[in-house]
Design a binder for this molecule. Structure first.
Ligand code: IFM
Length: 405
């Protein structure tokens, strides 16, 4: 029996574009209309059904929920801010509070207003100033109801998929652009962090807690060779901790948001810059169970990462962790094994604030469409009916009691 700390935050996460539906003014929506791409359409119609969805979250014992505000709704046209859409998000966070659920609000979760693309998106440093202006508009209105903020979701994933591998809009494949985007996102975080704190000060509100949600991966050497060990530790330092180091140096993380899913088995064909960065084991060594997207399931990796985060002396929040699967028993197995690792880290002195499962409900998994099923709640995309999964009920027992049996 494992007991978690009192006041632990238990819940799930979502993002606007993936659940709300008809998010037609953002760059992703435009991109989805191209041939061969998967459209998000009505998604889960969460924009309309958020109250029922939060009723379910409450029934499931959640006391926290992470959501994102959609920039493309708030500022459909450059410089024109929508009070009506802002009011929607005020209503959303109030709906959570009324149910005793702590809102954790993300300001940027992969999507941008379509108009930003005209400026080169995040590759243009003006994006920082536009983002800050939007963020301030939102923060001023939501501050009385919100304590936890995530400025940018998975900056490294966004930068690499959109500007390096070119598989997400705007499909750029440029190392230099990617580096610029990475830097612009870091600056955007730093400025937004300071703006949020200043706003709370001016409004005489209790201090907010602000972070990013950093995608972290377990990099495991495939063999005990110097090559594999060196590359695994370098990737760990650069991919997992590079940005965290930078933002902690700037004193702009009140907690560290961790999105953890999987492992990469590092195996170098030969010494070489490209090999050090990219090579993985192709021989099926150290096989592990996989989710339906083929990602290795490796709960111990989360424990290792949490232990490494201890040195920062900042609280940590698991802002995402989840599995896509059609076998719901695997979901509970996944959750409970990750919780065991979190508990181990807590027992070794890592201050973990909470655990947010990805995701509350099945949703639009970006370029993969609606096939991957990550939800605690099943969504029928024809009728939009929700059905609570057995794994959600098992997780609910932990959320209600703080005990993993
Ligand atoms: O669906 C995504 C989410 O938007 C960001 N983190 C990873 C999830 C699963 O791929």
């Amino acid at each position: 029996m494992l007991t978690f700390p009192k006041n632990f935050l238990w819940g799930a996460a979502t993002s606007a574009h993936q659940v709300e539906g008809n998010n037609s003014c953002c760059d992703w929506w435009r991109w989805e209309q191209c041939e061969g791409h998967k459209p998000s359409g009505a998604a889960c119609r969460h924009y309309e059904f958020y109250e029922q969805d939060f009723d379910l979250a409450k029934e499931l014992g959640h006391n926290a929920h992470r959501l994102s505000v959609e920039w493309a709704r708030i500022e459909q046209e450059k410089g024109k801010f929508s009070q009506c859409d802002l009011q929607h998000y005020i209503d959303v966070v109030i709906a959570l509070k009324e149910r005793g659920i702590e809102p954790i609000v993300t300001l940027h979760h992969f999507t941008n207003p379509a108009w930003l693309s005209g400026f080169g998106g995040w590759a243009n440093k003006r994006a920082v100033e536009y983002f800050l202006r939007y963020a301030e508009f939102v923060v001023r209105a939501l501050a009385p109801h919100v304590r936890y903020w995530v400025t940018v979701n998975e900056p490294t994933i966004y930068m690499s998929h959109a500007f390096l591998f070119g598989v997400w809009p705007p499909e750029k494949k440029s190392f230099f652009k990617a580096k610029t985007v990475e830097n612009n996102l870091a600056v955007a975080h730093i400025k937004t962090y300071r703006m949020i704190h200043k706003t709370y000060d001016k409004m005489k509100l209790p201090a907010p807690r602000v972070s990013i949600a950093q995608n972290m991966m377990a990099f495991v050497p495939c063999t005990s060779s110097r090559k594999d060990k060196f590359a695994a530790s370098l990737r760990d330092r650069l991919y997992n901790f590079g940005l965290i180091d930078k933002l902690t140096r700037a004193k702009t993380l009140d907690f560290i948001g961790v999105n953890y899913y999987s492992r990469q088995l590092v195996h170098l064909k030969k010494w070489g810059v490209g090999n050090i960065i990219w090579d993985t084991c192709q021989a099926g060594h150290q096989p592990l169970p996989k989710n339906s997207l083929g990602w290795d399931i490796y709960p111990a990796g989360l424990g290792d990462i949490l232990l490494k985060l201890k040195k920062y002396g900042i609280p940590v929040m698991i802002t995402e962790n989840g599995i896509c699967t059609t076998e719901d028993e695997e979901r509970w197995e996944y959750i409970s094994e990750h919780l065991k690792n979190i508990h181990m880290a807590i027992s070794k002195g890592v201050p973990v604030l909470g655990y947010l499962y990805w995701s509350l409900m099945d949703n639009f998994e970006w370029d993969k469409g609606f096939v991957p099923r990550f939800g605690l709640i099943d969504v029928d995309y024809k009728t939009f009916k929700r059905a609570v999964r057995e794994s959600a009920r098992k997780f609910a027992d932990v959320c209600r009691t703080g005990i993993l049996k």
